[in-house]
Design a protein around this ligand. Sequence first.
Ligand code: BTN
Length: 255
Amino acid sequence: ELERLGASIGRPVVVASVTASTNDDARRAAAGGAPHGSAFLADAQTQGRGRSGHRWHSPAGENLYLSVVLRPKLAPQALPPLALVLGVCVARVVDEVLGSSATSVAHAGVKWPNDVLVDGKKLAGLLVETALRGGKIDAVIAGIGLNVHAASFPEELAPRATSLHALGGRSLDRSSIAARLLAEIGHVARMFEAHGLGPFLAELEDRDVLRGVPLDVSGVSGTAAGIDPEGYLRVIGSDGTKHRIGSGSVTTHGP
Ligand code: BTN
């Protein structure tokens, strides 16, 4: 199905059984001239990675590991909000897949800057990497890890992770999920290139799981107050000071 999809959208789709990291596969291919939209999938990754040097749990047969080469005509400084937009993309596909078959209310949330959550648990993560050439963007590698079939997670992840299967999703065919993701990414990447974050702000607000939540991020302690039009996280500090956070890892404080 994927190869057919690749043929139909005129983009190569490469499916490996095992690879180190699909982001590395995509990066190498991009350096060799792979066109916008080229997609790399694997059944398992041996060096799957997440943000901040974390490992990404990538066992065989269970989940979706997808990396897409994008070639947006954008300046490097316009890029950070792309992770949010891709998060919206994943959330839309997740809602579609879970639909009414899900036991929980299917409404996937986006957690700034790069996670997709359902019922407070992480379902997917995004790793957006950039390849620069002469100070310009040569390619963007959009890496998506989506938990599909996983029935259990390693002990340290278990309380914080979930999968489409665990959420009650049925007929979870990874190829067709990947195909839907690729179609959505194609659409959304064009939108972002032309209009920036604007067209996504209302949906981001709707899906924002951090709004009103007490948290620590980049040395600031406070309460999240939404995502601004440039993709910054607004935080009202404990002393009432307003902050805009451009990047960082969020630690939330449970109720
Ligand atoms: C995160 O939440 O920290 C991001 C996780 C991103 C994981 C995906 S799986 C496909 C691609 N290849 C990788 O090595 N990482 C990304």
